[in-house]
Design a protein around this ligand. Structure first.
Ligand code: KG4
Ligand code: ZN
Length: 339
């Protein structure tokens, strides 16, 4: 089956054509980031995002179809993100998808963006259910137990900032540009990780919840004491921050794997990481180490499939259609939509 996927829930306008489930082929994966439009505001501005999606989405879809060598007759269904996300953008993408589906006489699949992230590793790797997913992006930080398509259990989440958000806010208060994650990582590489001891929030408590707001506040307090701060101090603070986040994620991953093994003693323990923060090398390395210590398999899909993209939406559409016919024509976009 061949599915056109559309993703517009944040600041990437994306379309992709994916074939599966047997041979799992990404025929095209077109994306345009709006980072330049939002950079001067230090974050994503919802109204600007929605307008930018409107301006470019038709061309992105045409490109994806052309690159895949597909006409409408070659497509079996259209899948689009229907939430959660910035509602203006979601409306643009989902309504466009509905119009295409109606005009081409194809079924439409409303995909939960988080389900897209959750199932990506089944597109890139041989992976059976159940498995553990750590989703770490600008909007989400959560451990999910993925038992099957549409069968998810959230085991833990952040009680305040998402990790990407914490990286972005930290960068901002240190005077680094948006998006902050890659900037903090770059500075951290030049920093002395021992100079600032930052807290590991919530680690004294059991369970899988996380907290990152206190870490950012501790960093701000340290920075204020040393004002005006020089480049080396910025680098040292970044190194301390990144180390604290990596340590929290590694510790929670160990707990999550223990819980997984207790719940599913006969299944292979697997932890998959997804989301933009998965680009961070120190975080990836500490997750890999945590998985190895627990004798678990660690899967990090290629970066362009970890961050927001439409191939994951098309794939989630394929996975849903495997369970039976779907037609979400009467469904409305949802800004909030927990898995
Ligand atoms: O998944 P994503 O592309 O978009 C959504 O939030 O849905 O994630 C973007 C987030 C941003 O907060 C960005 O700062 C963070 O991922 N990020 C990183 C790195 N690259 C991107 N955080 C830490 N280290 C990085 N190398
Ligand atoms: Zn995302």
């Amino acid at each position: 089956m061949t599915v056109l996927g559309i993703e517009t829930s944040c600041d990437e306008t994306a379309a992709a054509v994916v074939r599966g489930p047997a041979d799992r082929q990404i025929l095209s994966n077109t994306i345009r980031s709006q980072i330049d439009e939002h950079a001067e505001f230090g974050g994503v501005v919802p109204e600007i995002a929605a307008r930018a999606h409107i301006e470019i989405l038709d061309r992105i879809i045409a490109e994806a179809m052309q690159e895949a060598g597909c006409g409408w007759d070659d497509i079996d269904a259209v899948a689009a993100t229907a939430g959660p996300g910035l509602i203006g953008g979601v409306i643009v993408g989902f309504m466009t998808a509905k119009a295409i589906a109606m005009a081409a006489g194809k079924p439409i699949v409303a995909v939960n963006h988080l389900e897209g992230h959750a199932l990506t590793a089944r597109l890139t790797d041989d992976l059976e259910f159940p498995f553990l997913l750590l989703l770490v992006s600008g909007g989400h930080s959560q451990f999910l137990l993925v038992r099957g398509v549409g069968d998810y259990e959230r085991l833990g989440t952040t009680i305040d900032d998402a990790i990407g958000e914490a990286f972005d806010k930290t960068a901002k208060l240190l005077g680094l540009p948006y998006p902050g994650g890659p900037q903090v990582e770059k500075m951290a590489a030049m920093g002395d990780v021992e100079r600032f001891k930052l807290p590991r929030p919530l680690l004294d408590r059991p369970g899988l919840d996380m907290s990152f707001a206190g870490l950012k506040t501790a960093l701000r307090t340290q920075a204020k004491k040393l004002e005006p701060i020089d480049d080396q101090t910025v680098a040292d603070l970044c190194a301390g921050f990144q180390r604290a986040v990596s340590a929290v994620l590694a510790a929670r991953t160990r707990t999550a794997l223990e819980l997984f093994k207790a719940r599913h003693p006969d299944a292979e323990p697997v932890i998959v990481v997804a989301g933009g923060v998965a680009a961070n090398r120190e975080i990836r390395q500490s997750l890999l180490t945590a998985a190895q210590e627990a004798e678990a398999r660690f899967i990090a899909p290629p970066m362009n499939l970890c961050t927001d993209n439409a191939a994951m939406i098309a794939w989630a559409g394929i996975e849903r259609l495997q369970l039976g016919p779907v037609d979400d024509m009467t469904l409305s976009p949802r800004p909030r939509w927990p898995l």
